[in-house]
Design a protein around this ligand. Structure first.
Ligand code: SF4
Ligand code: SF4
Length: 117
């Protein structure tokens, strides 16, 4: 059991989730394989203690419990797991101050990724 960060995080990446994670298991990929790892954060499923406190902190509503990941984001579960294998190319990012999205921006981002749920 672990929580999963989905494509809804891509290019949003405000790190609100990182601040609250009690075990620092939310990572940025710092390696060169940008084709495999998009500009988003990833939960290490082996370190995640399944506490769920990150989910309500995400202004973009990008985080789901693994059993609740929408069909359109199914590939994000194994993608998050890949962060386990790149321990030399990952770090817990610093918090950046970014403006919170409007409800319209949140909905527009969901539509962009084909999520209508
Ligand atoms: S569920 Fe808890 S331990 Fe897992 S990523 Fe979220 S805050 Fe961290
Ligand atoms: S809070 Fe949400 S959008 Fe921000 S970095 Fe975490 S998962 Fe991505």
């Amino acid at each position: 059991m672990a929580w999963v960060i989905t494509k809804l995080c891509i290019d949003c990446v405000d790190q609100s989730c990182v601040e609250v994670c009690p075990v620092d298991c939310i990572y940025e990929y710092t390696g060169d394989d940008k084709a495999s790892f998009p500009n988003q954060l990833f939960v290490d499923p082996e370190e995640c203690i399944n506490c769920g406190v990150c989910e309500p902190e995400c202004p973009w509503e990008a985080i789901f419990e693994d059993e609740q990941v929408p069909d359109v984001f199914q590939s994000d579960t194994p993608l998050n797991a890949r962060i386990v294998d790149v321990a030399d190319d990952r770090k817990v990012p610093e918090k950046e101050d970014k403006p919170r999205p409007t409800p319209e921006q949140i909905e527009s981002n969901k539509e962009k990724w084909g999520f209508t749920g």
